[in-house]
Write a protein that binds this ligand. Structure first.
Ligand code: ADP
Ligand code: ADP
Length: 219
């Protein structure tokens, strides 16, 4: 099983500021977990350490029996959907979705099949040949999720900035992410500042404050 385990996870910045303070936590394979708390409490830092965008100062993160501390970001079985999507404007939807698989030298036919399957799942099959600069923001959001799931990650990391848009769009995106969790069995870690949203999801909520877990409320 690919449970996630944090053991005494800590992040200290060079100026001495402790943004994540000795966090120990287990997340089960397939869970949908919301990280909630005031701005600056360390939520994004946790996601960035799991994703490998930020070094771990001390402590350990396991995904299943793999110690992520020792695994290069591109080799971790997880995907991230962060702010402004980081899509390539002048490439088309297909090319953007295929990028991660190309980098990992997947065979062409596997790439083709995975991109088509993911596009169907997200309802974007008809725009595969459109350039990113010509599609809507709602579509871009789906492309970013498509690019994440074609790699068959065990875990999807979503930062609220990704969804920091109008309510309708945020709602659509959340329903896509819930489907990815329920239908594809991908564990989701979702960071949000918005208390209403955190509570509306009916999921396990980790409340954070000053780098620590204040409350771990089961669904
Ligand atoms: P959240 O996602 O909960 O809003 P973050 O994880 O982004 O919070 O940030 C946690 C804290 O770490 C913030 O107070 C931020 O100012 C601080 N921080 C982030 N990067 C650095 C850095 N390079 N040096 C010092 N402090 C930092
Ligand atoms: P599908 O989505 O079509 O079921 P699979 O996961 O079964 O794809 O993988 C099919 C092929 O993709 C494998 O036989 C292998 O050639 C290639 N492949 C799978 N994982 C990797 C990887 N991590 N790096 C490179 N190629 C891979």
């Amino acid at each position: 099983m690919s449970d996630i385990m944090f053991e005494h996870l800590t992040k200290t910045y060079p100026n001495g500021f402790i943004s994540v303070d000795d966090v120990t936590l287990k997340i089960q394979d397939g869970e949908f977990v919301v990280f909630h708390g005031p701005s600056g409490c360390g939520k994004s830092t946790i996601l960035r350490m799991i994703g490998g965008l930020e070094d771990i100062t001390s402590g350990k993160i396991y995904l299943g029996d793999e110690l992520l501390n020792d695994i290069l970001p591109r080799d971790r079985k997880l995907a991230m959907a962060f702010q402004n999507y980081l899509l390539y404007k002048y490439l088309n939807v297909y090319e953007n979705m295929a990028l991660g698989l190309r980098l990992r030298d997947f065979p062409r036919n596997v790439i083709d099949s995975r991109v088509n399957t993911a596009a169907q799942f997200l309802g974007i099959s008809d725009i595969l040949h459109e350039k990113i600069k010509n599609i809507s923001d709602a579509e871009k959001q789906r492309v970013a999720l498509g690019r994440a799931i074609v790699c068959h990650p065990k875990v999807l990391l979503v930062d609220e900035d990704f969804a920091h848009q109008n309510d309708d769009r945020r709602h659509e995106m959340l329903s896509d992410i819930l489907r990815i969790n329920r239908e594809l069995g991908v564990t989701v870690l979702y960071v949000t500042n918005d208390p209403e949203e955190a509570l509306s999801l009916d999921s396990r909520i980790i409340f954070m404050r000053d780098g620590k877990i204040e409350e771990d409320r089961k669904a």
